[in-house]
Design a protein around this ligand. Structure first.
Ligand code: ADP
Length: 203
């Protein structure tokens, strides 16, 4: 895997990024939502997606469930497989960003190093680390998928926060304390960040 692929050359298209951005009226970005299970990543991502579509922006959510059932169905939850999970998602997201789509990626992505690797795939500023930040006790109390109950009963192994680590972002671009900020406010915060950073205009 990786390394130099001598017989594969990159074909350059006829449309450069500036031209595509002008045509679409936006710039691609990867909003990377990280946090414990039940912290609200999917809920916030889908609400932000709706808010962006209402503003006629092209946007798409990549989330744990849709990716793990397809692209990454062969991967388990070991640290190595989690790294590969995040690597593939990063490469897919990079293609979307190249197409100037605003990607909202909702993955626990517990390891700092894995997130940093995705950041390094993109141009400076394009990776927007968003910490969906709720205490374990709150996430466990919500338990929207019943997974904490199963993890406590020993029925699910390598469960982040219980039997596997979570490394919180040190300097996230956006911090969303979902225990004190409602879903609409969290989504609005993401949209405001994108607007202020110039992603919602093409020129
Ligand atoms: P994750 O994708 O991080 O596993 P989910 O979005 O699936 O989490 O579940 C989060 C749960 O928390 C949902 O039931 C949601 O309704 C609830 N919730 C309560 N407050 C918030 C908030 N401010 N932001 C996001 N989710 C919230």
């Amino acid at each position: 895997m990786g390394g130099v692929r001598p017989n594969i050359t990159k074909h350059r298209g006829e449309v450069d990024r500036g031209t595509r951005r002008k045509a679409l009226g936006q710039k691609g970005a990867l909003v990377w939502l990280t946090g414990l299970s039940g912290s609200g990543k999917s809920t916030v991502a889908f609400r932000a997606e709706r808010a962006l579509v209402e503003r006629r922006r092209a946007t798409y959510v990549l989330d744990g469930d849709n990716v793990r059932h397809g692209l990454n169905r062969d991967l388990d939850f070991s640290a190595e497989a989690r790294a590969e999970n995040i690597r593939r998602i990063g490469e897919v997201a990079k293609l979307f960003v190249d197409a100037e789509i605003i990607v909202l990626a909702a993955f626990i992505s517990p390891y700092r190093e894995d997130r940093a690797r995705v950041r390094s795939l993109l141009e400076p500023g394009e990776f927007v680390e968003t910490y969906v930040n709720a205490p374990l006790s709150v996430c466990e109390g919500r338990d929207p998928k019943g997974l904490y109950r199963k993890a406590r009963a020993g029925e699910v192994g390598q469960f982040t926060g219980i039997s596997a680590p979570y490394e919180a972002p040190e300097h996230p671009e956006i911090n969303l304390p979902t225990d004190s900020m409602d879903v609409d406010a969290c989504a609005a915060e993401i949209v405001a960040y994108l607007e202020q950073s110039g992603f919602l205009a093409g020129g």
